[in-house]
Design a protein around this ligand. Sequence first.
Ligand code: C2E
Ligand code: CA
Ligand code: CA
Ligand code: CA
Length: 277
Amino acid sequence: SAKKQRNHYEFFRPSDAADSAERLFLESDLTAALGRGEFELYYQPQIRHGSIIGFEALLRWNHPTRGLIPPASFIPLAEQRGHILGIGNWVLVTACRQFRDMLEQGHTLEHIAVNISVSQFYQLHFVRNIHNALIESGLEPHYLQLEITESAAMKNVPYFIDTLNELHKLGIKIAIDDFGTGYSSFNYLSQFPLDALKIDRSFIWNMDKGDKHVSVVGGIILMASALQLDVVAEGVETQEQAQLLEELGCTVAQGYLYGRPLPLREAYALLGEPGQH
Ligand code: C2E
Ligand code: CA
Ligand code: CA
Ligand code: CA
């Protein structure tokens, strides 16, 4: 079934697969992939009241013999081997540049969301690298929204808060990704200088199971609004979920219902002529 497939996809990690030959194979290719220009960014739309307000940039690896490889199959490996920093910087500069081009074409959009891994966040000169990506691309900082997981937050709370404050000084926006799946305490949440929460898709999917699950999502949305945070629902797949989210007051949604992650050219096609969305 579709559900089984997506679970399989979600949990597959070459790093803990029994097939270490496969891992070695990918690993040696990964070292060269950046230099060979094999990475590509796909863009998934974010929707408010039926309009595209921005995109999340999602990394893909165009492997010469294996085709398109999803990030879950190589990012953990890239993290372990220290490749994530180079790849992460490429993602940042490319996403900022391609988004600036969209704005220059006359599209009215609010932000480009870029995923930041834990090791990337804790690298030396992280803030400076972000700053450089903005300068290099010519994108105004308020257009950039970094998606950071709760595990990055909890790894070193004082450092996390300091770094977020530095990013805010530059004008960059910050969202907590996969909210609700990690171990961040509500106690900390009010201390983090954040702009948005992305409700993890597991909560969105659970809404189909009944009222209690709907109430949980409603609770997250209320809390976010009390903290004056924007809320993005991720993994929205059905009209029913979209309807419920709207009733609960969640204004921004992302998911297959609105559009899958698309290559740049198709993201442009989705936008249509400037002024249409
Ligand atoms: P994520 O940040 O939670 O990204 C959302 C994932 O959910 C994406 O998978 C997206 O394709 C998928 N998705 C979106 N809407 C739906 C839906 O309606 N139904 C279902 N079943 N799935 C949906 P993807 O692109 O395979 O990315 C997986 C993860 O890899 C991301 O999860 C993120 O943690 C990581 N990732 C992706 N790109 C980057 C990157 O540039 N840098 C870093 N560090 N991590 C990345
Ligand atoms: Ca994300
Ligand atoms: Ca997410
Ligand atoms: Ca995730």
